[in-house]
Design a protein around this ligand. Structure first.
Ligand code: ATP
Length: 392
């Protein structure tokens, strides 16, 4: 469902200056649009006018071609999910009751509601048997946010409004919730409007970013890559910060680059045979994998022959990144472990290869060349992120 804002203004009672001043925006169906801008610029007000939690003073908002003032409350609830910062869960209700909020309002029967609640909890990575009957206070912040997302998705709305939904959690949980949202969106293709004041989050999640200024004036509306390469003006450039090149690393996933390879062995392999194999390769270091193919230790080639078995010795593998991690996260991992190379695993934790500082430098160079060769910015070609300009 596309959403179109046409000349929308909101003046709060008693205020002279509009909180939102004549905003027009076309939000493409099935894609994620991120509103990003400084505190108080009217992001929340603009978003809340879409589901009519706030009535515009003038202008129209259409959802799938229909003026939202003509949609009754039930239709709005069915078509628009809403997730907010700090999850906004009802504290006196269990997780299941929270997730069932909209299905109950829509008068679904008990069986259908229960099945849907369990399906949604599975979807956001919470085992229904463990979490269904807990109260929000018995969950971590990240788990509460997951329940908030499950609640917003419960009635399978084609539109999802998310107002700083991950603002109140620590950076690591935040990154994993963002990954989860990207995974969900690659399956669900909702029309998502996401509000944040964190430009890096906007770059990671948005197919398009609307950079908003005072009164929600649209300073720039484009793909993250185009905005990073060619900020419309000094205000946008200032908002991006000095590290546009580094932020560009957020646009690429570890799985998109050619991974390095290194010699590997299983814990149960014979050290002498492994040492011989290592001598034939040029690898100074090798990775020992457990029986499930997960990396356990780095071992040095010249030490392997003296090891009684491969089940001990060497250095524990730490700071692994997954194929879904962004290159920015890979860089953080490399810096935090102070190593030049880190191990890449797939979603099940199995070894996939390695990535090093040199790969990131090469990638930055490629991005730099592409934008210097092609002005204006080339359209984004992010793997897993359809180009909003191309509905196919
Ligand atoms: N109910 C209200 N009555 C009067 N003014 C309001 C009301 N709600 C918001 N405002 C004002 O409208 C402007 C826009 O607020 P809004 O919450 O939409 O901004 P925002 O960009 O989402 O901010 P933040 O990032 O801090 O959440 C602000 O100046 C705010 O003070």
């Amino acid at each position: 469902m596309p959403i179109v804002l046409d000349d929308v203004t909101k003046i709060y009672p008693g205020q002279e200056r509009p909180a939102v001043d004549r905003v027009s925006l076309d939000l493409p169906a099935g894609h994620t649009t991120v509103f990003v801008g400084p505190s108080g610029c009217g992001k929340t007000t603009t978003m809340r006018m879409i589901n009519r939690l706030i009535e515009p003073t003038s202008g129209t908002i259409t959802i799938d071609g229909e003026d939202n003032r003509r949609l009754d409350a039930d239709t709005l609830r069915r078509s628009i999910g809403y997730a907010i910062q700090a999850s906004g869960l009802f504290p006196h209700m269990t997780v299941a009751q929270n997730v069932a909020t909209v299905p109950r309002l829509l008068k679904w029967n008990k069986k259908r509601t229960r099945e849907r609640v369990d399906e949604m909890l599975e979807l956001v990575g919470l085992a229904p048997g463990d979490y269904r009957d807990r109260y929000p206070a018995q969950l971590s912040g990240g788990q509460q946010q997951r329940v908030g997302v499950a609640r917003a998705l419960a009635a399978d709305p084609p539109v999802l409004l998310m107002d700083e939904p991950f603002g109140a959690v620590d950076p690591i949980t935040r990154a994993s919730l963002q990954d989860e949202l990207l995974r969900l969106q690659s399956e669900l293709h909702k029309t998502i409007v996401f509000v944040t004041h964190d430009f890096s989050e906007a770059v990671k999640l948005g197919d398009r970013i609307a950079v908003l200024g005072p009164g929600s004036s649209v300073l720039q509306f484009d793909t993250p890559e185009a905005i990073l390469a060619n900020p419309a003006d000094d205000t946008v450039a200032g908002f991006i910060g000095d590290d546009a090149a580094l932020k560009t690393l957020t646009l690429r996933r570890v799985g998109d680059v050619d991974l390095g390879t290194t010699t590997t062995a299983r814990v149960s392999d014979d050290p002498a045979e492994f040492a011989a194999r290592l001598r034939r390769s040029d690898d100074e270091w090798a990775v020992v994998l457990d029986e499930a193919g997960r990396p356990v230790r780095w071992v040095r080639g010249d030490r392997v022959a003296q090891m009684p078995d491969l089940g001990s010795g060497g250095q524990l593998v730490s700071g692994t990144v997954t194929v879904d991690s962004t290159l920015q996260e890979a860089l953080d991992g490399l810096l935090s472990t102070a190593s030049a190379t880190t191990v890449v695993v797939d979603r099940d934790g199995a070894y996939r290869g390695t990535i090093g500082i040199d790969d990131l430098v090469d990638e930055l160079r490629r991005i730099h060349h592409r934008h210097n060769d092609a002005e204006p910015a080339a359209p984004a070609d992010r793997a897993g992120h359809p180009d909003p300009a191309d509905p196919s």
